[in-house]
Structures are given as C-alpha cells and as structure tokens.
Write a protein that binds this ligand. Structure first.
Ligand code: NAD
Length: 523
C-alpha cells in the first residue's frame, strides 16, 4: 500500500491513511522554486501593506464568508487526508479557523493601532511616545500534519491581516489542505503572490528557513524545532517554535469522576491521540483512582474506530505507519517495565494498516518512555498520587511544558494549582481545547517551544514593534548632551535624589540641587 512519502525524486503523494487511496501526486519545491516564490512575495508585499487595514480586513472577511460556504468540502478533505472523523474536522479545524478569523478581523484595529506611551522618567517627559506595529514583510510558516488546517491557517490570518506576505510549507503528509486554503484566499481577493504554498518535505522547509523571509513560525517536533532554531540563530531570523507536548491531567479527589473520565478519554483519543495538547499523562488521586480507571476503560472500549468519513466513527487511523510504531514501542516499553495494559495495546489490522486500539495503561511510572517522551498516539497512561504536592511534582517532572489540565469541583483550588504548573496553558475542568479559544495565546515553555501564536500575542509575533519618540521642544538642546562637568554631575545627583531618595527631606534637597538641570544647556 502506498504511504504518504516521496515516490520519486522531487515528487510526493498524499494518501488517505484510512484507505490507502492516493489523493494527489505533487512536485516538491526545489531550492530555486523557493527562492522564486520568496522574491515574488517580497516584491508584492509593500502593495498589500499599503492597501491598508480596512481593505485587508474586507478581503479576509470575503474569504471567511467563502470558507463558511465551503466548510463541508474542506472538512471532508481534512478527513480524507489526515483520517480524523468528519465531525472532528469541523469542530477542531474549521470552527477554529473561522473563529480565529472572527477574532482577528474584529480586533485588528484595536490590536494594531498605535499605542501612546506616557513617560515616567522626568528627563523624558517632554517627549511624546508611541508604539507602532509594522508588518515584518514576509512570514514563512512551516507546519505539521496533525492539524493541517487550523495550525497554518490561523497563523496565516494573523500574518496577512497585519500586512505581511505569507509562504506556507505544509507537512509532506497533508499538502492538499493548504492548497485548497490558498485557492479560497485567492478567490476572495488575496493576491497570488501574497499567499503562497510550497509543497515538499524537510528539504523544502529548510530552503524556506534559509531564504529571505523576515520571520518564521514553525510548528512541529522538538527535534526539528531545535534544528530550525540553530539555522535561524545563525542568521538571527526571528522565530516562533510551537513544539511537542506531554500534557499532564490532574484529577483531584473532589472531581466528578464521570466528567473527568470522559474528558480523559476524549483528551487522549481525539485525533487518535495525535494532538500536541493531548492528555499524554493522567494523574488521579488514589481515593478515586480505581473508579476513574474503570470508567475510563469502559468508555474507551465503547469508542467506534474506523474511517472518519463514516458518521458513526469516533476515532480514525493514525497518520502513518511510522507514528504507529512509536506508539507500539512506548506501550511495549511500559509493559516490560511492569505497566498493566487494561484495554487496547494492539494494532487493529483488520481495519487497515494505520489503526491502533484506544489503549489505557495502569501502574505506570516515570521510568517508562510512555511518561517521558511524546507518544502522539491513542494511549492514556493513568497513575495514582496521594498529595497535591506530589501531583504538582509529577506534572512538572517533564522536559515538555505545553499544556495541562486540572479536574476539581473547587475552582479556586484549581486556579491556585494551575499557577504551580510549568506550562503555557492550563485548563480547569476541560482538556485540549485551549487552541480553540481564539483570544488565548498558544505556546509552551521548556522544550515545548518559544513564542506564542493566537490571540493578541500571536498578532504581536507578526509585527515589528517600533517605538517613535517625538520631542515636544524641538528648539531645546538636551541637558545630558555634551559638555559634562562637575556642576552638571551635581545636578544629576540632585535629580536622582529628588526622584528616588528615601526621605522627603533628601528629595527636597535633591530638587534644589537639580534646578537648572532640566532646562537645557547654553552650549
Ligand atoms: P516534524 O517536525 O516532523 O515536521 C514538521 C514540519 O517541519 C513539516 O512540514 C516538515 O516537512 C518540516 N521539516 C522537517 N524537517 C525540516 C527541516 N530540516 N527544515 C525545515 N522544515 C523541516 O513534525 P510532524 O511529525 O509533522 O508533527 C508532529 C509534531 O508537531 C509533534 O511533536 C506535535 O506535538 C507537534 N505539534 C505542535 C503543535 C504546537 O502548537 N505546539 C501543534 C501541532 C503539532
């Protein structure tokens, strides 16, 4: 059966992971192709910027309207190219993009307008200051296969509305979705040069990183992220790195077991566990551990596995065989180190080569790969804890720090605990869905990455923050200019005392010594 890999030099095929059907065969972009695309984008970008925010918003609103019309076609393509159920393609991809567009198009004026800044430093008070947000120019976006629409499309929207040109290099496993997105944008009026897609594998991505882009937004694995960080560092290219996760879920003793177990099952098996924000580790208070485990196992066994185009399907296949093998290795490692496979733990070859059963593991420890490395598959490892302290320590015992979740009926307790977790996001009484909150910044700490996408912080990543300070007294020389001298130094000492000394008396004395300091120089 074909896999979604290069079939011949310079070619790749997109394959439906559920059926093996070939969806398309495409040419990979070579280095000269990438250079040409970059040159086209760079020369077109000033016009897109000069079009102005209201006109860019109007074009993107038209695209948003067209996308809403085409939502079913696009969701079906997502299901066919990645394997996730059609309903999931709608809820975790199409809605996310439409809502992100709603956020950026409704708030762009507020978020991109100049921001006046009041100066506190006495010597700087005569200047009027403002923060100005300007597009970088050309933003490169390199994206993975697991959310092949939501990830690059939301990033592209932020970049485009801010006035940048964009070149996306989608995953070699899911190129068709971004090509469809490009088509919709172009039909709505985004110029072809302003939004381009280059198809290819890692070498096309590397060509983009090394090209004349002004900013790179990379989403993918930690290993590739580190390589890209090095390439970008060598030329000081600003980057956002959205990398892997090993998200913990904490279930406190007062949690609703039925709710928490449903959340764990959805959080571990949505998109067949191939979500950066998946529940990859589940820690449950010992007093409810057995009841929680029984409920989670029961709910996992009721999931319907199959082709995502079938409306009854809850969980589809994994993207490809290599990913499935990683899952097998992690489960095998856990099993040999003493974990109990309570349900699943095997391929579902009868459904196709890429299907793996929803798997729940008990008696896991932090010595096992399943609790340390990103599994990125349908596995829910469950571990008991006794104290809140221990739960925090276990949750933070990871090289990753993307997201986390806490289940408790006590909201204040959950929020206090959330502050102790070393992650970019914490959800209380929900899992995974942080990416669906368009206002929320998305990103991680530790090996999970650098920078943020989504929300106002995501928009700020698409602009150069420029500061303009304009002096209100253009006819006056500044006191701190040459020449210096003993009198000047004494005045400065007085000025410092006037502002920062500990007693009122010292401040008054300082003020007297500083007289004249702020009134400019004669020379
Ligand atoms: P990957 O790192 O293998 O590939 C990601 C992208 O990088 C692909 O487009 C690939 O072609 C490209 N690439 C590969 N080598 C490159 C190179 N040397 N230079 C430039 N580009 C290169 O990741 P993947 O398997 O596609 O995706 C799964 C990973 O993505 C998981 O680790 C997951 O956690 C992570 N992810 C993170 C987020 C997030 O927001 N933090 C979201 C989704 C996925």
């Amino acid at each position: 059966m074909a896999t979604n890999l290069k079939v011949a030099p310079g070619k790749l095929v997109s394959v439906n992971p559920a059926t093996g059907e070939t969806l398309g065969q495409l040419d990979c972009a070579s280095e000269p192709d990438v250079r040409e695309a970059v040159a086209r984008a760079r020369s077109a970008q000033p016009k897109w910027r000069e079009l102005g925010l209201p006109n860019r918003v109007a074009v993107l609103k038209e695209w948003q309207r067209v996308l809403c019309e085409k939502k079913s076609d696009l969701a079906q393509l997502i299901t066919r190219e990645v394997g996730k159920p059609y309903a999931e393609a709608l809820t975790t991809e199409v809605i996310v993009v439409l809502d992100s567009a709603r956020f950026y198009l409704d708030n762009a004026y507020r978020l991109l307008r100049d921001e006046p800044v009041a100066h506190g430093n006495l010597a700087m008070k005569q200047k009027s200051g403002r923060i100005v947000r300007e597009p970088f120019g050309l933003v490169g976006i390199i994206s993975p296969w697991n959310y092949p629409f939501a990830t690059p499309a939301t990033e592209s929207l932020a970049a485009l509305v801010a006035g940048n040109a964009v070149i996306v290099k989608p995953s070699e496993f899911t190129p068709l979705i971004m090509l469809e997105f490009a088509d919709l944008l172009h039909r709505a009026g985004v110029p072809n040069e302003i939004f381009q897609v280059i198809v290819g594998d890692g070498s096309s991505g590397a060509a983009l990183v090394n090209s004349e882009i002004d900013k790179l937004i990379f989403t993918g694995s930690v290993a590739t992220g580190k390589r890209i960080g090095q390439m970008a560092g060598a030329r000081l290219l600003p980057v956002v790195l959205e990398l892997g996760g090993k998200d913990p879920m904490l279930v406190l003793e007062d949690a609703a077991i039925d709710v928490a177990s449903s959340a764990a099952v959805w959080g571990a098996f949505v998109n067949a566990g191939q979500a950066c924000l998946s529940v990859e580790r589940c820690y449950v208070h010992r007093s409810i551990h057995d009841a929680f485990l029984a409920a989670a196992v029961n709910k996992s066994q009721r999931l319907r596995i199959g082709n995502g185009m079938n409306p009854g399907t809850d969980m589809g296949p994994m993207i490809h065989h290599r990913q499935l093998e990683i899952v097998e290795q992690h489960v095998e490692d856990a099993r040999t180190r003493g974990a109990r496979v309570v349900t699943g733990g095997r391929r579902l070859s009868e459904l196709g080569p890429n299907f793996y059963a929803p798997t729940v593991l008990a008696d896991v420890t932090h010595e096992m790969r399943i609790m340390r490395e990103e599994t990125f598959g349908p596995v829910l490892p469950v571990m008991a804890f006794d104290t809140e302290e221990e739960a925090v320590q276990l949750a933070n015992d990871s090289e990753f720090g993307l997201g986390a979740s806490i289940f408790t009926r006590d909201r204040a307790r959950g929020e206090a605990l959330a502050r102790r977790l070393a992650t970019g996001t914490v959800l209380i009484n929900d899992v995974v869905c942080g990416f669906g909150i368009s206002e929320a910044p998305h990103g991680g700490v530790k090996s999970s990455g650098i920078g943020r996408t989504h929300g106002s912080f995501g928009l700020d990543e698409m602009v150069n923050i420029k500061y303009i300070a304009s002096d209100r007294l253009p006819g006056m020389k500044k006191a701190w200019w040459f020449p210096y001298g003993p009198a000047f130094a004494r005045q400065i000492e007085g000025l410092l005392d006037m502002q920062f000394a500990g007693s009122v008396k010292q401040r008054v004395q300082g003020a007297m010594r500083s007289v004249g300091c702020l009134f400019g120089k004669r020379l």
